[in-house]
Design a protein around this ligand. Structure first.
Ligand code: ADP
Ligand code: MG
Length: 257
């Protein structure tokens, strides 16, 4: 599953970390693949920079197998393929390599011990995101509930269509999740309504509220679900995990944790 949006700061990483944690907490075996050179998912899951010697970069370039890059996290059942800053060069280096759009798909195909693999994409539609979309069966698009939310969405949907048409016929848009929704702010509410009127049932019923605990948790190297499992943000991500499993028709209930 790829979490993609070429805009930065829309909640891709926060959604990846907390959705993955909710799935792992329900007993599923989950892998987060950090495909962003900034490595926020790795930091947010408590992975020390020194522990990132073998990262998504080496796997994409072909220096290491996927299994060699995988590390455990503080969450039982949740593993991570960390990112390293070298990944910022991969967009250019990949161009020269054969199978440049399929390198992540080929690497992840060697793994068979996960129920879900969540790929946290960088804020661009370059080769890293294309690799994630080729490797994925489904895409989740986090959309920040603010003015301009819909701007850029048609470009992203166009990229998903092209990848489906030319590179990966399995690819489906699983859903759009509204993030940082502020119920006290009329603009945020209006944007949420607009997105629903344009994208209809593609929008998850679950909305992620703006919640300070969600933004504090990464500085402690913890998912919000471990930092404060009762906060509104954590509850929303458990609800999202449940709704997501319903959409993928996975018959495993996510118990509230
Ligand atoms: P992206 O991966 O799309 O760049 P992030 O998940 O890193 O976005 O989120 C951008 C910033 O907003 C981060 O500082 C994050 O902690 C914060 N943030 C994300 N979601 C929420 C939320 N629901 N409430 C409050 N802050 C949030
Ligand atoms: Mg991010």
């Amino acid at each position: 599953m790829a979490l993609a949006n070429q805009k930065g700061g829309v909640g891709k990483t926060t959604t990846t970390i907390n959705l993955a944690t909710a799935l792992a907490a329900s007993g599923l075996r989950v892998l987060v693949v950090d495909c962003d050179p900034q490595g926020n998912a790795s930091t947010g899951l408590g992975i020390d920079r020194k522990a990132r010697e073998i990262s998504t970069y080496q796997v994409l370039i072909g220096d290491n197998d996927a299994a060699e890059a995988i590390l455990p996290t503080c969450v039982p059942g949740l593993m991570i393929m960390p990112s390293a800053s070298a990944l910022s060069g991969a967009e250019i280096e990949l161009v020269e390599l054969e199978q440049r759009t399929h390198r992540l798909a080929n690497a992840l195909a060697t793994l068979d011990d996960f129920d879900f693999i969540l790929i946290d994409c960088p804020p661009s539609l370059g080769l890293l995101t294309v690799n994630a979309l080729v490797a994925a069966d489904q895409v989740i698009v986090p959309l920040q509930a603010e003015f301009f939310a819909l701007e850029g969405l048609s470009q992203l949907l166009g990229t998903i269509e092209r990848v489906r048409g030319k590179l990966n016929p399995r690819l489906k848009l699983l859903g759009i999740v509204l993030t940082m929704v502020d119920r006290r702010n009329r603009l945020s509410e209006n944007v949420a309504e607009d997105v629903r009127s344009v994208m209809g049932a593609k929008v998850f019923d679950t909305m992620i509220p703006r919640n300070v605990r969600l933004s504090e948790a990464p500085s402690h190297g913890l998912p919000a679900l471990l930092y404060d499992h009762r906060c509104a943000g954590s509850e929303a991500y458990v609800a999202l995990a449940r709704e997501m499993l319903g959409r993928t028709r996975t018959a495993i209930p996510v118990e509230a944790i």
